[in-house]
Design a protein around this ligand. Structure first.
Ligand SMILES: NC(=O)c1ccc[n+]([C@@H]2O[C@H](COP(=O)([O-])OP(=O)(O)OC[C@H]3O[C@@H](n4cnc5c(N)ncnc54)[C@H](OP(=O)(O)O)[C@@H]3O)[C@@H](O)[C@H]2O)c1
Length: 281
């Protein structure tokens, strides 16, 4: 089999594993748009959610033309209190078997006291509340269906506190640990869950941030992962492992090692919790 044939076979098996619909939160550009592209290439219909409807509609035209799939677009600001309900409303009655929660960059990049509590609250609503509410609803549907895949996009910032990333790193730790916990709970029932831990990745948001701080792209470009490569790796790893640390270039192996150490810890601590709470009947 050629590499192209292998890729096509992998893409088809994605649809067999996860069914007819994917929902991508934060789909208008970068990693989220790429998840939609690779899902559509596998014949999976897509529900695309973000704020900029024009970009979503443009992507929808591309996916329909190139892959003949159905596409629904919905403008939702995930920092708003009703965000999860609005996003889930766009998927009502549809069999969503693949869910990607991608949106979640820090729009501030300031020290803790230099942004108001009200503004930090928006980051919490997007990276904690909307994520929690949407996962709770979609995971229930997947469990009932006996299959599904959830990808939570998080960050290396989740591994430690960092000056100027205080609230961001705390919320990304929430996403990382939620995803790993769901892997422990749901994968035995056929629902795959992956915490996708990104290092610096070439996205429009990252480029805007660099430009805003007058950092030339050349200064970091050799360290940037590409969205298509990240998404390919994530869809390959989904169903194999709880965690993928995607880091370019030289630290990649170290990232995989830390992902396997995390896997061992998740299994060990989940067993330990069975001692406290008893095993499921
Ligand atoms: N790029 C990196 O170097 C890097 C590194 C580590 C982790 N990550 C993680 O990777 C993910 C993607 O990062 P990114 O750099 O592409 O930036 P991002 O701004 O989080 O993601 C871009 C996507 O999210 C959507 N989005 C952002 N804020 C939203 C909101 N309030 N409501 C609805 N949709 C929203 C954007 O669309 P609209 O603007 O149209 O709403 C766009 O579709 C994030 O979770 C981020 O934490 C990125």
């Amino acid at each position: 089999m050629t590499t192209t044939q292998t890729r096509a076979a992998d893409a088809r098996s994605l649809q067999a594993r996860y069914g007819p619909w994917a929902l991508v939160a934060g789909a208008s550009d970068g990693v989220g748009a790429e998840f939609a592209r690779q899902a559509a290439a596998a014949g999976i219909n897509c529900i695309l959610v973000a704020r900029r409807l024009q970009l979503l509609d443009q992507l929808a035209r591309e996916l329909k033309a190139q892959h003949g799939v159905e596409v629904i677009t919905r403008s939702v600001d995930l920092t708003q209190p009703d965000a999860a309900a609005r996003m889930l409303g766009s998927a009502a009655g549809l069999d969503v078997g693949l869910f990607v929660y991608n949106a979640g960059a820090d729009p501030f990049g300031t020290k803790f006291l230099d942004t108001s509590v009200a503004d930090w609250g928006a980051v919490l609503r997007m990276n904690v509340h909307a994520l929690l509410e949407s996962c709770h609803s979609i995971a229930r549907h997947m469990l009932d269906a006996g299959r599904g895949g959830i990808v939570i996009v998080t960050s290396e910032a989740a591994f430690s506190g960092t000056s100027r990333l205080s609230v961001y790193s705390a919320t990304k730790a929430f996403g990382l640990n939620l995803g790993e916990s769901l892997w422990a709970e749901l994968s035995p029932a056929g629902v795959d869950v992956l915490s996708l831990v990104l290092g610096p990745t070439d996205t429009p948001t990252l480029r805007r941030t660099l430009a805003a701080h007058k950092v030339p792209l050349d200064a970091v470009v050799q360290d940037l992962a590409s969205a298509p490569a990240v998404v390919r790796a994530a869809l390959e790893r989904l169903g194999q492992e709880p965690t993928l640390v995607y880091r370019v270039p030289a630290d990649l192996a170290a990232g995989h090692q830390s992902a396997s150490l995390r896997r061992a810890r998740i299994i060990e601590t989940s067993k330990y919790m069975d001692l406290f709470y008893g095993q499921d009947t």
